[in-house]
Design a binder for this molecule. Structure first.
Ligand code: MUC
Ligand code: MG
Length: 367
């Protein structure tokens, strides 16, 4: 079975509640739907959510690199020849969301053609994942009310809190308000998106440790090499690399250099193939992983859950799987449901999802 064509369809869906964090904010999901068609009539889908302020990809760059570079280079290749396909993609550096979406759409095709869910092809550990919700910057009382609503409506009890504001006190007040509202049972962890220096991060960690957190992510830039290494060595909790470790090689460097002791895996940037390389590498090196969220819609969230549920070590912690709840609409025919803090992986061949043609027509931006 061969790759016949690859479509890259830009679409935009507004958020009802924008997400704000130290390195940017998102008001509208300006993503690209990627569809890979085969000569046997199968179509695989995946989502590419560009993050311009983080990786420099935009909706225009994703559609451009797929239409002009990747689609012509991959046309006619065997759908299952992943190693050869990745060797072609690898000639171009960067462009993680574009490459990841093509990779996941190819896995969707593989699953469909075998009649097997991709999660089982990847590892088959579980059919579900526990959910962590990511809370963007807001006033402490509003963030606490949002967390309580997520707990009461969806049963979510793990929260990733965006921090990295100045003065540091602003975020400490938020975390205290969350702990007061949610009680001792709730799990809190923090993500600074490189907003602080190493010394600000250390001051924050002392207070956050007293409030009770389980992980600290990208509090200061990894490029502050010695400061970051010192911070990680002295951190009371595992220190997660996210945007500073986005490839298997960066993950190796990060762990060996002492720039992190845990890794955020995002299928939106490493697809399934390279996410597995990162995961197995972390297992080998004894580093915990967390399934992260690139501010994904429902299709991206399914991919995170499909991968996370597939392996013991990626399913151990709750995955960041709920930010689609803040979008005004989505493209899937069957909306995802979070119940009792859990998201089930569709038990259908491939990714097990279908795109609603009317919704795609409404939100696509190329006509
Ligand atoms: C996160 O974990 O940093 C913010 C930017 C991005 O690419 O992902 C989000 C969440
Ligand atoms: Mg992060």
């Amino acid at each position: 079975m061969k790759i016949a064509a690859i479509e890259a369809i830009p679409y935009a869906i507004p958020y009802t509640k924008p997400l704000r964090f130290a390195s940017g904010e998102v008001h509208t999901a300006e993503h690209v739907l990627v569809r890979v068609h085969t000569d046997e009539g199968l179509t695989g889908v995946a989502d590419a959510p560009p993050r311009p302020f983080t990786y420099g990809e935009t909706q225009v760059s994703v559609t451009g690199v797929i239409e002009r570079i990747f689609a012509p280079q991959l046309a006619g290749m065997d759908v299952l020849a992943r190693e050869r396909i990745h060797a072609r993609l690898h000639r171009t550096v960067g462009n993680p969301a574009a490459k990841a979406a093509i990779d996941m759409a190819l896995w969707d095709i593989a699953g469909q053609s075998l009649g097997v869910p991709v999660s089982r092809l990847l590892g088959g550990w579980s059919d579900r994942m526990r959910v962590a919700h990511m809370l963007g910057f807001d006033a402490p009382e509003r963030m606490a009310a949002e967390a309580e609503r997520m707990r009461d409506t969806y049963g979510i009890t793990t929260f990733k809190v965006k921090v990295g504001q100045r003065p540091v006190r602003l975020d400490i007040e938020v975390c205290r308000a969350l702990r007061d509202a949610l009680g001792g049972e709730a799990e809190l962890y923090v993500d600074g998106n490189r907003g602080w220096t190493a010394s600000e991060s250390a001051a924050a960690l002392r207070e956050l440790d007293a409030i009770g957190i389980t992980l600290a992510e990208e509090l200061c830039p990894a490029d502050d090499v010695l400061g970051r290494r010192w911070l990680v060595r002295n951190s009371p909790v595992p220190f997660v690399a996210d945007e500073s470790a986005t490839t298997p090689a960066e993950v190796t460097r990060s762990l060996l250099d002492g720039a992190a002791t845990a890794i955020s895996i995002k299928t939106a940037r490493t697809g399934f193939t390279h996410s597995q390389r990162v995961l197995f590498q972390c297992e080998g090196m004894g580093a915990e992983v967390v399934m992260g969220n690139q501010i994904d819609g429902q299709l991206g969230t399914v991919c995170t859950a499909v991968f996370g549920a597939a392996h013991a070590s990626s399913a151990r912690r709750p995955g960041e799987l709920s930010n689609f709840l803040d979008m005004s609409d989505d493209l899937l025919t069957e909306p995802l449901a979070i119940t009792d803090g859990v998201l089930a992986v569709p038990d259908l061949p491939g990714l097990g999802v279908a795109i609603d043609p009317e919704k795609l027509h409404r939100y696509r931006q190329d006509h």
